[in-house]
Ligand binder design. Structure first.
Ligand SMILES: [Cu+2]
Length: 139
């Protein structure tokens, strides 16, 4: 989790990563000026669209102060999208690809009470790019 001192720009770095099933991912807030969350898109958490494999366990770190961290272990193959609760509308989202899912999980935005804003949708790196590079940093 990164940000400019004045809070004008915030982002996950990297924004996209590929991991193997069973691997743990740890987010650390390296932004000295803001609190952030890592929160999965899941109907059980703030009634958001499902943007992770069906049956996989959703997560929500709640607010992480500067220096705090939060970890999730990914056992199920698939594509996992997540966001920062206070900064989703600033495009602060990320994507984790576990294993080699085929095809990528579709997302169900239609009919959701709280659809993903366009600024966030357009920020996700393509699954193909994550699979090819392993790590994707925001341009
Ligand atoms: Cu944030």
């Amino acid at each position: 989790m990164r940000g400019k001192d004045d809070g004008a720009h915030v982002w996950f770095d990297p924004i996209g990563i590929r991991v193997s099933p069973g691997q743990m991912v740890r987010w650390t807030n390296r932004d000295p000026g803001n609190s952030h969350t890592t929160t999965s898109y899941h109907p059980a958490i703030f009634e958001r669209p499902l943007r992770m494999p069906p049956g996989a366990r959703p997560w929500n770190s709640d607010y992480l102060l500067p220096g705090q961290s939060f970890s999730v272990t990914f056992d199920r193959e698939g594509v996992y999208d997540y966001y920062c609760v206070p900064h989703e509308h600033a495009g602060m989202v990320g994507r984790i690809v576990v294993g080699m899912p085929t095809p990528p999980a579709p997302s169900a935005e239609a009919g959701s009470a709280n659809p993903v804003p366009e600024v966030a949708l357009s920020a996700f790196p393509p699954v193909e790019e994550i699979l090819a590079k392993g790590i994707v940093r925001r341009a």
